[in-house]
Design a protein around this ligand. Structure first.
Ligand SMILES: Cc1ncc(COP(=O)(O)O)c(C=O)c1O
Length: 357
C-alpha cells in the first residue's frame, strides 16, 4: 500500500486571501510575508500565486533568490537585512530592498553607498526589543539614510509584539512611540502585521505586512479565519492504514499513554512527527475522519497516530483523515500541542507530498 500523506495546497485560497487583505486595508500597499518557505507552503508556488502583491518580504537572501528564480520581478524586501558584505552583494544583485535595523548595517551601507539603489526600510524598536534602532535614535538614523540612498525614499517601520490580543495596551503604546519617533520625518510607514491590521486599523498606514492571514489562518485570539473571510490554504491529510479492536484495560502506543476504559475501535493513521505532525499533540487532539470529528489517542509516533473511532463505526482502512485545514481550522489544533499555527505549518516535512489545487 502506498503512503498517501499529503498537504493539499489551494492557490485559489491564497489569491482569495490576498484579495480579502486588500479589501480590509484598501488604502495600504500589501507587503506579503513569504519567509520560511512561505510559512511551510512552498515559496515557489506561493510567490507565483501572489502576482497581485505590492511587495514580497523574506528573511534571507536565499529566499529572495528563490522568489526571483520563480518569476517574481516586483519589489522584494529583506526583513532582517544583510549582516555581512556577501549578503549585501547578493541583495544588490537581486535588486532587493532592505530593512535597516542595526548600526552594523549602517556601516555596510556607508562602505557600499554607490550600490544603494533601492528603498531602505528604517526599523524602529517601539517595544518588541528584537530588531530596530531605539526610538530616540530614529531621527539621526533617518538623516543618515537620507544621505546614503540614491533615489528611493526611506520607509519607516516597526513590528508589534502583542497585536493578536486586541485588549492588550502594548500595541497602542507601540503605535504612540512610533508616531512620536517619526515626528518631522517624511516618508511612508509600515507597522501592521496580520493581527495589527485587523485589531488596530489605525496602524494600517501606507504599507501593511501580513503573513499568517495569507495562508488563511486567523491572527486574532477572538476571531476565526472564517469570520475574517479567509480560506485555509493548507489541508493536511492522510489515510487510515489499520483498524484494531482493542479490549478494555489495554493501552495504545509508546509509553502506554492511553488506556481504553472500554473496548474500542482504534484507527491507525499514516502521519507522525516525521511528517511534521506535532509530537506533543495530546490525547483528545481533534482530527477529522471522513470529514467528521474524532480525536487522537496516545502519543504521536514518528510515522503514525492512533485515533479513537468511537462513533465512527463505518470507518474503514483507506479512509481519509484530516489533521488540519478545510473543516478543521489549525487554530483549533495547535493549542492541543502547546503550540501555535505558525509553528505547525512551518514544520511539515519534505516527506509529505504537496498536492497543488
Ligand atoms: C517584521 C515582520 N513583519 C510582518 C510579519 C508577518 O506577521 P504575521 O504572520 O503575524 O502577519 C512578520 C512575521 O513574523 C515579521 O517578522
Amino acid at each position: 500500500m502506498s503512503r498517501n500523506t499529503i498537504a493539499r495546497i489551494s492557490l485559489a485560497a491564497v489569491r482569495h486571501n490576498l484579495a480579502r487583505i486588500q479589501s480590509l486595508a484598501p488604502d495600504s500597499e500589501v507587503c506579503c510575508v513569504v519567509k520560511a518557505d512561505a510559512y511551510g507552503h512552498g515559496l515557489a508556488r506561493i510567490c507565483e500565486a501572489l502576482s497581485q502583491a505590492d511587495v514580497l518580504a523574506v528573511a534571507t537572501t536565499g529566499e529572495a533568490a528563490m522568489c526571483r528564480k520563480h518569476g517574481w520581478v516586483g519589489r522584494l524586501l529583506l526583513l532582517e537585512g544583510p549582516s555581512n558584505v556577501s549578503e549585501f552583494e547578493e541583495m544588490v544583485a537581486l535588486s532587493a530592498e532592505t530593512v535597516v535595523h542595526h548600526e552594523t548595517q549602517l556601516q555596510l551601507l556607508r562602505h557600499r553607498q554607490k550600490d544603494v539603489h533601492h528603498a531602505l526600510w528604517l526599523k524602529i524598536d517601539t517595544g518588541m526589543h528584537r530588531l530596530g534602532f531605539p526610538a530616540a535614535d530614529a531621527s539621526a538614523v533617518y538623516s543618515e539614510l537620507e544621505k546614503l540612498r540614491s533615489k528611493q525614499a526611506t520607509i519607516l517601520m516597526t513590528h508589534f509584539a502583542c497585536a493578536d490580543d486586541a485588549s492588550n495596551p502594548m500595541t497602542l503604546r507601540q503605535i504612540d512611540r512610533f508616531d512620536e519617533a517619526i515626528v518631522g520625518l517624511p516618508g511612508s510607514c509600515s507597522l501592521a502585521n496580520s493581527a495589527g491590521m485587523l485589531n488596530f486599523p489605525q496602524s494600517q498606514r501606507e504599507y501593511v505586512r501580513p503573513g499568517i492571514m495569507l495562508y488563511g489562518i486567523s491572527p486574532c485570539r477572538k476571531k476565526t479565519a472564517e469570520e475574517i473571510g479567509l480560506k485555509p490554504v493548507m489541508t493536511l491529510q492522510c489515510e487510515l492504514i489499520a483498524i484494531n479492536e482493542v479490549g478494555a484495560g489495554e493501552t495504545i502506543g509508546y509509553g502506554a499513554a492511553y488506556t481504553c476504559r472500554e473496548p474500542k475501535r482504534i484507527g491507525i493513521a499514516a502521519i507522525g512527527y516525521g511528517d511534521g505532525y506535532p509530537r506533543h499533540a495530546r490525547n483528545g487532539t481533534p482530527v477529522l475522519v471522513n470529514g467528521r470529528l474524532a480525536c487522537i489517542a496516545g502519543h504521536v509516533s514518528m510515522d503514525m497516530i492512533a485515533i479513537d473511532l468511537s462513533g465512527h463505526e463505518d470507518a474503514q482502512v483507506g479512509d481519509t483523515v484530516t489533521l488540519w485545514g478545510e473543516g478543521l481550522p489549525i487554530e483549533q489544533v495547535a493549542p492541543w500541542a502547546g503550540s501555535i499555527s505558525y509553528e505547525l505549518i512551518c514544520g511539515v516535512t519534505a516527506r509529505v507530498t504537496a498536492r497543488i489545487e
